[in-house]
Design a protein around this ligand. Structure first.
Ligand code: HAM
Length: 429
């Protein structure tokens, strides 16, 4: 039995789990706005929404993401459910999308299948600024057509999403990780190079299992040793090379700036050919605000048809931090448009009715509850960010009017109750 007495004690102050952010007002409005903007960019390019389970069969991620990745070997939230099945809180979205596409036969319909998603993902990483154990992404996957123009579209959608938020202090890094016809030879070449170095046992083992990952080693002495390592980009097959060049030509035509980073190493194993990352310089060590690429073998590996795919995952938490680093805001700072201040019992009823009518007309309205004084009510109005206050006492209502006050100019006029909704709508434009 687990001892639950500590958690049920009234003296125990609960805190969110380590490394897991809460988003509370006013910041939560920014969070929602960032997520909506990134999803909107995908919607405009014809991506349909997919809603996926938060947990899946552990083997899906082990096989899809790769056993030798940090994500699978060290960072998964894996547990046995009550039926003794091993399940894992999703560490990323691509494997789950593939599973759902195969399960629902979407791969048998019109191609490409274009899907977008958003939500939380879970990685047991060491928490630090911008690195969370529950992270939020907006992602897309385009499955079933191996066309470099589609790679460029996916990248351009991410770029447009970031820019629609006013973000501009980021850069796109891109490379090609080759395909089946050139990767095996390159892998051997890299291993040959790595085995010639004076590496410690652990790193040597990594060179054996996943040599690319050694190029991602952050230790200066390893970096120095691997500076002259061969890179995939210099050893691409003709087909992979031409695919990459066409992607770049499309990005040029679309006006999406990029820098080629031949030493890019992604944390997930499924990538082939086009691979990219969006990096923001205002974020310190956790600078990746998004990443993605092609994964042409993934669907087959998960038991489906041999279809290609490409997609991205954009970090909503980090995009929010990036906006803040640029001193920008994605959300309207105002919580409501109108704030109603009733002074007296009848006024309370009348303003509640007006508030409901205004809300039905699409206006955001809040009301001062709790029998406040005029002064306290107006303070609430200021705090709410509203541009209009409605003020009414029982005497006004006997005269059939409500005071409509512009909070920008301080000017107040009496408006007949029946005209208030139209008056407010015309003031708000
Ligand atoms: P990823 O690069 O592992 O790719 O994650 C995508 C983005 O999620 C990162 O660029 C970063 O902004 C954010 N992110 C990742 N881990 C954390 C964390 N611990 N804390 C905060 N933010 C984080 C994928 O997940 C792939 N599924 C993307 C993809 C889709 N590739 C093809 N299709």
């Amino acid at each position: 039995m687990t001892d639950t007495s500590a958690s049920s004690s009234p003296l125990h102050a609960f805190r969110a789990p380590k490394g897991v952010p809460d988003y509370v007002p006013p910041e939560s409005a920014e969070f929602v706005a960032v997520r909506a903007a990134l999803l909107e960019a995908a919607r405009r390019a014809g991506y349909g929404h997919i809603e996926l389970p938060i947990f899946e069969d552990t083997a899906l991620f082990a096989r899809g993401v790769g056993e030798s990745t940090d994500v699978v070997s060290k960072e998964m939230y894996t547990f046995a459910d009550r039926g003794d099945r091993s399940v894992t809180l999703r560490p990323e979205g691509t494997a789950g999308v593939m599973r759902a596409v195969i399960e629902h036969g979407l791969d048998r319909g019109a191609l490409p299948v274009k899907l977008a998603y958003s939500g939380p993902f879970f990685r047991y990483e060491r928490p630090q600024a911008g690195r969370y154990r529950q992270l939020q992404q907006v992602g897309v996957e385009a499955i079933g057509v191996d066309d470099p123009a589609l790679d460029a579209e996916v990248i351009a959608v991410a770029d447009a999403g970031f820019r629609s938020l006013g973000l501009d202090g980021f850069r796109l890094e891109i490379t090609s990780l080759g395909d089946d016809s050139c990767r095996p030879q390159y892998r051997e070449l890299l291993q040959e190079f790595l085995f010639g170095l004076d590496l410690d046992d652990e790193t040597r083992r990594r060179a054996q299992v996943n040599p690319l990952r050694v190029l991602d080693d952050k230790r200066p002495e390893v970096r120095e040793m691997t500076a002259a390592a061969p890179v995939m980009l210099d050893h691409l097959s003709e087909a992979a090379k031409s695919h990459f060049e066409t992607v770049l030509a499309h990005l040029d035509a679309l006006g999406v700036p990029y820098t080629i980073n031949p030493r890019m190493v992604r944390g997930l194993d499924y990538y082939t050919k086009t691979t990219f990352e969006f990096v923001h310089d205002g974020l310190g060590a956790q600078s990746g605000i998004g990443g993605g690429g092609r994964y042409d073998g993934l669907m087959r590996q998960l038991g489906g048809q041999d279809l290609s795919g490409i997609g991205f995952g954009l970090g909503v938490d980090r995009t929010l931090l990036a906006l803040r680093a640029e001193g920008k805001s994605a959300a309207d700072a105002a919580r409501v448009d109108v704030y109603a201040v009733p002074l007296g019992g009848d006024a309370k009823v009348a303003l509640a009715v007006l508030a409901a009518r205004l809300r039905a007309a699409g206006v955001r309205v809040d009301v001062a509850y709790g029998d406040r004084s005029l002064k306290a009510g107006m303070k609430g109005a200021d705090r709410s960010g509203a541009s209009i206050a409605l003020v009414a006492g029982d005497r006004d209502l006997q005269a059939g009017t409500v005071g409509v006050k512009s909070l920008a100019t301080g000017e107040q006029v009496d408006v007949a109750v029946a005209d208030v909704v139209n008056d407010v709508l015309s003031r708000l434009g």
